[in-house]
Design a protein around this ligand. Structure first.
Ligand code: DX5
Ligand code: ZN
Length: 226
């Protein structure tokens, strides 16, 4: 099973983002995951389009924006101008989801839908036709370094089995590390977002190599249900 690694800048040193990005790119990052938070949808604030535009000028891998905001629509055009490749909006914060996803695609970006841990995949029944990827949250959004919620594994298995999800890119975000990545890949995850397990290590190249090797392992670790 092939999968992509998307380091999340949330756990990087914000005072030296240029070097942090260069290190994970040199270490083989496939995407850069950018967590945009507004202090309303989630109890934390990060960065928005101006900072992302600055990062885009020296980043060499596609930018993957995860919008944890109460109102995503006003950010979409600035994110496209900044050079973002794909955008996930939360289904819980998107009353007009079809319009929002259509706007993302019309702006030339890949649309995705993010689901909180308690949000059922049945809410995607219609929207799967309009997205390029689903971002399954395996922690409650807002902070890095939280513990992986194990029920995410069966959620991914069930999502993969939904009509129209056969070749869907399933991203997983939260608590992804060497101990959780193998069962996630086996369950059907194709893009693994990892914050603290990459930027919490001094050697980012080694951290990414370890995730890649662990994700390719076959047997699920004991005690982890798939
Ligand atoms: C959390 C963010 C994640 C976060 C994951 O709300 O969406 O992208 O950076 O951090 P870790 O990998 O440390 O759980
Ligand atoms: Zn995220």
């Amino acid at each position: 099973m092939t999968f992509r690694l998307a380091p999340s800048l949330l756990s990087a040193d914000f005072a030296r983002l240029d070097r942090e990005i260069a290190e994970v790119e040199a270490g083989g990052a496939d995407l850069l995951h950018l967590d945009v938070m507004d202090g309303r949808f989630v109890p934390n604030l990060t960065f928005g389009p101006p900072v992302i535009a600055a990062l885009a000028r020296f980043s060499t891998v596609p930018l993957d924006a995860h919008l944890m905001v109460a109102d995503a629509d006003p950010l979409l055009s600035p994110l496209a101008e900044a050079g973002v490749a794909r955008v996930a909006v939360h289904v819980e914060a998107s009353p007009h989801l079809h319009r929002t996803l259509s706007t993302i695609r019309d702006l030339g970006m890949a649309p995705g839908v993010a689901l909180n841990p308690s949000t059922p995949i049945s809410l995607l029944e219609e929207a799967l036709a309009w997205v390029d990827f689903v971002l399954v949250m395996s922690v409650n959004p807002g902070f890095g370094g939280q513990r992986f919620i194990p029920e995410t594994l069966s959620k991914i298995t069930r999502l993969r089995a939904m009509p129209g999800a056969g070749d869907l890119d399933i991203s997983v975000d939260g608590g992804v590390g060497p101990d959780t990545i193998a069962p996630l890949v086996q369950a059907g995850a194709t893009t693994l977002v990892a914050g603290s397990s990459v930027f919490g290590r001094t050697d980012r190249r080694a951290a990414l190599a370890e995730l890649r090797a662990s994700g390719a392992e076959n047997p699920a670790p004991q005690g982890v249900q798939t």
